[in-house]
Ligand binder design. Structure first.
Ligand code: BDR
Ligand code: CA
Length: 321
């Protein structure tokens, strides 16, 4: 099986990414590491621990950065709810955390599996940047780092800033310039990655605790909360019956599971760390004007039949569990 670490900030779509990774049968999930991002770090860590216990995933759960490298944390709780999972109560796990910091856990696993360890970074990149600064040689030990982050078009947290990059631009800059084998799955690409509507809604009706918790999370409508109104103003409620979510972290994981699911192309990508208007932008050098060597593989297109198939398998796997 392929050794994998999931570095995340669960997070509703992080939850679905973990469900996919666990159900596909391809991975030896060595650890889940967390950080502050979508919500405060104490919630992301607790969510990761509870999710793992609920799905029977027995791996170390480690905690990492409390906040971005250079400034205070600015969460996306107006999307995920203050607790990160839309107020859905998961059974509380009593398993202890792994006391090593996230970056030490990732490093230890990279040393155990040189050239084989894959890392899915589906939150801000702070843990990964600290890892690369503390252990520079690790960039050659990691087989590939798949990030959900950035966008080749518009953002979600600011006009050009996608949340994971925007949240810690310095960390992102370190990662994009690290020389690690990198895949960027940006927001624009993940927006194409929706499951077929019928498969999604039939799947959500299946019995079992895990799917019932997913169903509850999918019914959470952040746009109707006061928190959201303060950030973004008023929006009509979502039509839960017909709604198929775009789940950026899940699309990133799906692309790892099925190599033909994402169409990717190599480019040189820069992170905007200062621009007053474009702060947090991942700028792709489409025309190779900088003449810099490509630093990342940019995901451009999603095969929706393939992602639907993975979701179908996921629902089958958790049925009754
Ligand atoms: C990313 O930001 C978070 O809100 C999601 O979990 C995802 O990782 C999307 O911009
Ligand atoms: Ca995330």
């Amino acid at each position: 099986k392929r050794p994998l670490i999931i570095d995340c900030d669960p997070g509703i779509d992080d939850f679905v990414a973990i469900l996919l990774a666990n159900s596909c049968g391809q991975f030896d999930i060595r650890a889940i590491t967390t950080l502050g991002g979508n919500v405060l770090p104490q919630y992301t860590a607790r969510n990761a621990k509870n999710i793992a216990a609920m799905i029977g995933l027995d791996c170390p759960i480690g905690r990492g950065a409390q906040k971005p490298l250079m400034h205070e944390i600015d969460t996306a709780d107006y999307i995920h709810g203050v607790d990160g999972i839309g107020g859905v109560e998961l059974p509380e796990s009593d398993r202890p955390f792994d006391e090593r910091p996230a970056w030490d856990i990732i490093y230890d696993e990279a040393c155990k599996f040189p050239g084989q360890l894959e890392v899915a970074a589906i939150g801000p990149l702070t843990n990964i940047a600290i890892l690369f600064r503390k252990y520079p040689e690790v960039v050659r030990l990691i087989k590939k780092l798949h990030i959900m982050g950035g966008s080749t078009t518009t953002g979600n947290h600011s006009p050009y800033g996608e949340f994971n990059i925007w949240e810690d631009v310095l960390a992102a800059d370190i990662v994009f310039n690290s020389g690690v084998e990198l895949r960027m799955v940006g927001l624009d690409c993940t927006r194409q990655g929706q499951c077929d509507k019928q498969v999604w809604h039939q799947g959500l009706q299946k019995p079992g605790l895990v799917i019932s918790k997913l169903r509850e999370m999918m019914a959470f409508d952040p746009t109707q909360t006061e928190l959201y109104r303060q950030h973004r103003g008023i929006k009509p409620p979502k039509d839960v019956e017909n709604y198929v979510p775009g789940l950026p972290d899940a699309v990133t994981m799906a692309g790892m599971i099925d190599e033909d699911l994402l169409q990717c192309q190599k480019y040189y990508v820069m992170v905007e760390t200062t621009g007053p208007l474009t702060y947090g932008w991942t700028m792709v050098d489409w025309n190779m004007t900088t003449r810099k060597p490509f630093n990342c593989e940019v995901a451009l297109k999603v095969d929706t039949d393939r992602i639907t198939e993975l979701y179908r398998q996921m629902f089958d796997f958790y049925e009754g569990k």
